[in-house]
Design a protein around this ligand. Structure first.
Ligand SMILES: *[C@@H]1O[C@H](CO)[C@@H](O)[C@H](O)[C@H]1NC(C)=O
Ligand SMILES: *[C@@H]1O[C@H](CO)[C@@H](O)[C@H](O)[C@H]1NC(C)=O
Ligand SMILES: *[C@@H]1O[C@H](CO)[C@@H](O)[C@H](O)[C@H]1NC(C)=O
Ligand SMILES: *[C@@H]1O[C@H](CO)[C@@H](O)[C@H](O)[C@H]1NC(C)=O
Ligand SMILES: *[C@@H]1O[C@H](CO)[C@@H](O)[C@H](O)[C@H]1NC(C)=O
Ligand SMILES: *[C@@H]1O[C@H](CO)[C@@H](O)[C@H](O)[C@H]1NC(C)=O
Length: 555
């Protein structure tokens, strides 16, 4: 322990702020995590494999396993993630290949009491779990309980965990406009049917509850992602999920949908959390280029979320997953990704990044959005480095506020300013200024944001480590002379006093409190709290004191 004392306070705080892994992680334990989502078959290959053999359009196995993930966790940890979500571990369909290929993705369940041996043995999964925990990360496992998989409407039920037709609903195709039908009928189609478990049947309930309890404890799982959650009777979830249910750990459900917050929110309660499909949809509408560039979709969704969800701070925030088009399939401009991603990390909820997003993968949908990761050579691309910065700053915020009366994670996200070109939000002490104008420089475009900070307060853009000074009446202004970059402002004194790893030794402090609008090579600056001095140079964008009242965006 003595050597710990020599560690910088911020590093110490970082480790102390996470509870020991696998101790029945609750929503409050998960709130401060960030998640990297992996399809096991596509994340990494064993040494010596053919790196060019994987073609996602063939819909078959490419060779990733629990071991190959375990051997390649540095890439995830170095990006700053504190949790890994892996595709289902349950045994999958062992029968003939289907018109939609083989179950390489893990969602075609056969006997849930067995592991999927394609991905390794019980010991391999335990070793993966142990290695994840050794790195102070959490393990989230995707589980499918709504259905099993078959090739007809009259399958041989003896191959499944529940071995009799009486445990299943009778066949009917799902009518997605009818909630009852969504819960009672079978997903899939006639090529690949998904026989639907009767989750009101007491034997199914008790069987599943014992099963999940055992799975979670055997593999020290910290949280569950629940597939097709809205296709299950809502009363099933409280006894299965959460710290009071059989699983004993946090559960985040897939409630696939569009902008409708009410539809998603009704499932938080039965489940601890849901994947935030309404905000995902809103972000695509607000930020994707080309697109409607409709910022109102985000502001409306935020407002509705506040009133309809029980707890917005544990929702799963994402821009991609295995069912959706990659962000880059819908948006040609990388700044649209960076701005939307900043929103996900800096507003309420748990950020989730689907593997390959940091490599700008562009698969337009299933199966092309399940690309192998290895052809990327795991390059630390600008997107990877951007995510690293977001994780580092968010992890820091969480650790320094963890034991205070105002933890950053539970501070409510406020909207400071909106226009058709962007939105400025504030959560805790952090102001994020986001725009959908894209990469091209906009010499005459600026945005004035009313902040609650006093005039002359020094704020650091943690993405560039440049410091700016709040102008009169609390305004700051961003100029997009180098394009529509995201901005994250945080009080410089907090960075210094907490010995932040973010911008450590790099904060460039302006001596001048007010810089006139539009001036591009204004004040000289010194590095505060650092013996070295440096000249401030105009980099990607600048924020300057704004001296008129009631500023307009791009006025
Ligand atoms: C924060 O509180 C937790 C328990 O609530 C404790 O385990 C941890 O040591 C505390 N961390 C710091 C840095 O005080
Ligand atoms: C694979 O190769 C890397 C270095 O090339 C090595 O560190 C690692 O131990 C190897 N893994 C196995 C399972 O042989
Ligand atoms: C909704 O679906 C259920 C189950 O299939 C069915 O019994 C019911 O008639 C449907 N309701 C309507 C309004 O179609
Ligand atoms: C079954 O799959 C074939 C080949 O992909 C496709 O043409 C057909 O439409 C599918 N049938 C159904 C009922 O979905
Ligand atoms: C923008 O989104 C809002 C909220 O979802 C919606 O009411 C409005 O019709 C949308 N506007 C456009 C131009 O799509
Ligand atoms: C913006 O200003 C820069 C530097 O003065 C110039 O090179 C660039 O062409 C300008 N861009 C536009 C769109 O006016």
């Amino acid at each position: 322990m003595l050597s710990l004392l020599a560690w910088p306070l911020n590093i110490l705080l970082f480790f102390l702020s996470f509870s020991p892994a696998a101790q029945a992680a609750s929503p409050s334990d998960w709130r401060g995590r960030s998640i990297y989502q992996v399809i096991i078959d596509r994340y990494a290959l064993a040494n010596g494999s053919d790196l060019n053999a994987c073609d996602p359009s063939k819909q078959t196995w490419c060779g990733g396993t629990w071991n190959t993930l375990r051997e390649n966790l540095d890439y995830i940890q170095d990006a700053g993630f504190t949790a890994v979500w892996i595709s289902p571990v349950q045994q999958n369909w062992l029968g003939q290949r289907t018109p939609y290929g083989d179950p390489y993705h893990g969602y075609w369940i056969q006997d849930s009491t067995q592991l999927n041996l394609k991905f390794g043995t019980a010991d391999d999964l335990k070793a993966l779990s142990a290695e994840i925990h050794k790195r102070n990360m959490y393990l989230m496992v995707d589980v499918v309980v709504n259905d099993v998989m078959a090739l007809s409407t009259t399958p041989d039920y003896s191959i499944y965990m529940f071995k009799d037709a009486s445990f299943y609903h009778p066949y009917c195709p799902v009518d997605f406009s009818n909630t009852t039908s969504e819960q009672l009928c079978w997903l899939g189609d006639l090529n690949v049917t998904l026989p639907d478990l009767d989750t009101k049947n007491p034997d199914v309930i008790s069987g599943y509850n014992s099963w999940i309890k055992e799975l979670v404890s055997t593999y020290s799982i910290d949280g569950l992602r629940i597939d097709a959650a809205k296709h299950v009777d809502p009363d099933f979830w409280p006894s299965f999920c959460g710290t009071n249910g059989a699983a004993g750990v946090f559960c985040m459900g897939e409630v696939f949908g569009g902008l409708d917050v009410e539809d998603a929110a009704e499932w938080q309660g039965p489940l601890d959390s849901v994947l935030n499909y309404p905000m995902y949809t809103a972000l695509t509408q607000a930020f994707q280029i080309p697109g409607p560039l409709n910022i109102s979709a985000v502001t409306d969704t935020l407002a509705q979320s506040k009133s309809l969800y029980k707890d917005t701070t544990v929702l799963g925030n994402f821009l991609e997953n295995q069912d959706l088009p990659r962000w880059a399939a819908g948006s040609v401009d990388v700044q649209s990704l960076f701005n939307a991603m900043t929103f996900n990390f800096m507003s309420d909820g748990i950020p989730i990044v689907y593997y390959g997003q940091e490599q700008y993968f562009r698969g337009a949908g299933d199966p092309l959005n399940r690309e192998p990761l290895w052809p990327s050579n795991y390059e630390k691309t600008p997107a990877y480095q951007f995510i690293q910065q977001l994780n580092q700053f968010r992890n820091y915020l969480i650790s320094v506020t963890a034991n205070t009366s105002t933890p950053w994670t539970t501070a409510a996200t406020q909207v400071l300013t909106t226009s058709q070109y962007g939105i400025a939000i504030m959560k805790g002490d952090v102001i994020s200024i986001l725009t959908n104008i894209g990469s091209p420089a906009q010499n005459n475009t600026h945005i004035a944001v009313a902040t609650p900070y006093e005039r002359n307060t020094a704020l650091t853009n943690v993405l560039t480590c440049e410091q700016w000074v709040v102008g009169s009446q609390g305004f700051v202004e961003v100029e997009y002379t180098e394009g529509g970059h995201a901005v994250i402002l945080y009080p410089s004194t907090s960075l210094v006093s907490n010995k932040s790893p973010v911008c450590s030794g790099k904060v460039i402090t302006s001596q001048s409190t007010t810089v006139s609008t539009g001036s591009s090579n204004a004040a000289s600056s010194v590095l505060k709290g650092n013996p070295r001095t440096a000249l401030w140079t105009l980099d990607l964008l600048m924020i300057i004191g704004f001296t008129i009242a009631g500023g307009q965006w791009w006025s």
